[in-house]
Design a protein around this ligand. Structure first.
Ligand code: IMP
Length: 425
């Protein structure tokens, strides 16, 4: 059986530079597919000096032969989606017959965003640090049968009825938070205009992808967020609201698991995190500032400064196992140039005993100690290097150490932000 499906997932807390890798690999993909999350994700692709910020549309759309698909597991803010469509159309990037949205996608509605922010404010010092895009509330409406699928927009009267019913209930909740309620008529007017732009792209993407599989097309599944934010497998409640593990391609786009040929995990050479919650290898002070500035570690979606730390191989090893990674890509290794020493977290210890990432809830992750391996650094600017053997010896050793520890082959090392700045192994 042909196994033409490749999955790309982040192995840490997001922002590993997946967009770059997706862009690189989608050159040979017939289809590029999103299957989870919403516009809490974000990445920027630079082509011919032009910046394309993406939050929803698979960035594979920039390759003219690739068809872009938003699968049913994705939640959609139609204002964000239409502005992305416009950005591409303004640049004469053709979307007709090569961009499709599942009719099963749930809509992020204005009250979801209002509720996300109201809950965050109410949590006070316990706030989670969500992106404020309505992600938790929209997925909770989905599982409690209160969601509205994009499918409903095809029948305007039904949509008006459902939206009004939900918005009235949500307004009562918003009132108890003491925040501004949703103006139902004003919002409906907006949706009346948005649906005209969106509906031409809406279809049964399950059938579309099944046909693609039957024709042995290459399909690239573009994971959003990352494994340490998975709703089930990470430190709940410091998670996102969707499953981010590779297996989510089945529920999020209808791709059967046995079609997967490759699961590529993206590992940033250090760690970053936005939002609250435990971060065992977090750094503070000068080293952190240095990594944050050099690595431009500020959120693409929210602009927030990211927390940074050393690479945490105990948790990345968990990511390798849970998603069955067949290969690893290392990103942003160039940011580590210039450090005398580089540390890597290799083991967690709680009360003197070794403990695995998967045995930890957020309380354990907050109080454990990390055992580090210290490796010598390198000074050279490596952004121009295109061959592994041309990298400084200490940089090669750092990469070999990661590969040996994870037991998964490293196939690409990115050494800079531009499309061509990478080493293939
Ligand atoms: P939400 O997904 O907006 O509900 O946020 C929940 C948690 O996931 C917060 O800590 C966010 O900062 C984090 N998060 C969500 N999406 C991303 C992402 O694409 N990159 C990094 N962190 C993210």
């Amino acid at each position: 059986m042909a196994k033409n499906v490749s999955v790309i997932v982040g192995t840490q807390w997001g922002d590993e530079g997946k967009g770059r890798i997706v862009d690189l690999l989608s050159e040979h993909a017939d289809f590029a597919v999103r299957f989870n999350g919403g516009n809490n994700a974000g990445h920027t692709i630079i082509v011919n000096n032009k910046r394309y910020p993406f939050h929803l549309i698979p960035s594979g759309v920039l390759h003219p032969k690739t068809t872009a698909v938003i699968g049913n597991g994705v939640v959609l803010d139609l204002e964000v989606l239409t502005s992305e469509i416009k950005m591409l159309q303004d640049d004469n990037i053709k979307l007709k017959n090569r961009f499709f949205i599942s009719d099963r996608c749930h809509l992020i509605l204005p009250y979801h965003k209002a509720l996300d922010q109201a809950f965050e404010n109410a949590r006070g010092k316990n706030k989670l640090g969500t992106t404020g895009r309505g992600i938790g509330p929209v997925y909770s409406d989905k599982v409690s049968y209160n969601g509205i699928r994009i499918y409903e927009l095809k029948n305007w009267d039904l949509f008006v009825e459902k939206f009004s019913f939900q918005a009235e209930i949500k307004n009562r909740i918003l009132k108890t938070f003491g925040v501004e309620e949703i103006n139902i008529d004003k919002e409906l007017k907006k949706f009346e205009d948005l649906r005209k732009i969106i509906l031409p792209f809406v279809t049964d993407t399950f059938t579309l992808l099944q046909e693609a599989l039957a024709k042995n097309k290459n399909i690239l599944m573009e994971g959003a967020q990352a494994i340490l934010l998975d709703l089930d497998f990470s430190a709940y409640p410091y998670t996102t609201a969707s499953n981010t593990v590779a297996g989510a391609i089945n529920s999020g786009a209808g791709i059967p698991p046995q079609k997967i040929g490759k699961v590529c995990g993206v590992v940033k050479a250090y760690t970053s995190k936005v939002g609250s919650g435990p971060f065992p290898t977090e750094l503070a002070g000068k080293i952190a500032d240095n990594i944050r500035e050099k690595g431009k570690e500020y959120g693409t979606t929210t602009g927030r400064p990211r927390r940074v730390g050393w690479l945490d191989l105990e948790s990345v090893k968990f990511a390798c196992k849970v998603s069955g990674l067949t290969e690893v890509v290392i990103t942003k290794i160039d940011i580590l140039s210039g450090f005398k020493e580089i540390k890597v977290g290799t083991e967690y210890k709680l009360n003197g005993k070794s403990i695995s990432y998967s045995s930890c809830g957020y309380k354990e992750l907050e109080s454990l100690n990390v055992i580090y391996k210290t490796l010598p650094g390198w000074d050279e600017d490596i952004s121009g290097v295109r061959k592994f053997s041309d990298l400084p010896k200490n940089c090669q050793d750092y990469i070999k150490f990661i590969e040996k520890f994870l037991g998964v082959k490293i196939t690409i090392i990115s050494v800079g932000p531009a499309r061509e700045e990478y080493i293939k192994l």
